[in-house]
Design a protein around this ligand. Sequence first.
Ligand SMILES: [Zn+2]
Length: 288
Amino acid sequence: MIEFNLESYKKIVFKTIKKYNLIEEGDNIFVGVSGGKDSGSACYLVSNYIKQNRINCKLVAFYIKLGNFIPERIVDVIKKQADICQIELKIYNVNDFGIFYEKIAKLNRPICSSCGTIKRYLMNKIIRQEGATKLCTGHHGDDFIVFFMKNLIGKNIEWISKFTPLVKGEKKQISRIRPLFFVGGDDNKNFCDKVGFPYINEDICPHKFLKQKIDRRREKWYQTIKEISKWQPNFREYFLEGVIEIAKNLYKNLSLPLECEICGEPTNKKICSYCRLLKLQEKIENPI
Ligand SMILES: [Zn+2]
């Protein structure tokens, strides 16, 4: 989609929801919001879809605040987003789970990777305890193309098995839905602008507040997708359909998740990466 068209954008998202059966009667869907355009679009469109199709299910927005350094204006925008969608908003703080980004930032590892570990872990654990049936996120098509390439290069083939609009949950792992799977990041921005949906139009990652270095390569990947889309019509759609086929085949051979020996949460190792991170953080607290 080069030229933005509101109707065709909505059509693509609604078609994804329907085709992949992302929303079902009786569901209790938790949509993770950050205040940005992507999770905002997902929240707005899913609530719209539920209303339009009169599906008997529950939708809740939730926000995991990454610490007290996060400015209050971000929380204000999130509250407005939930108000417009007329859904309940739940707010959690990572400090209440023993995580302190001020300390994580001092570890000798990239903060973006630690942040990913923390968010993936807490999102799954918190909403499962709240009785959720599905986790909805604002990941979009460009994200998945970039994830796919990076994981292919890094030979993390197992990860690719999760690159589908619906990832069925196993054991303690909640099912994940991605209604924006076939649209791009710019489309989400255009959508919010067009319908007047509020979002934070700035970098809201913790590295900014904690003055950490950021990997600029990610931006270049997104630019590359845009370039290809200019001369290859429907590049995103075709590429992602191919990714889904590969993912489906890989998923069949996937082993069930294990349970972490410390916390009991799903992992593919003995000790989950969240518990390992907590241990590293302890060393920052009590340097010997
Ligand atoms: Zn653990």
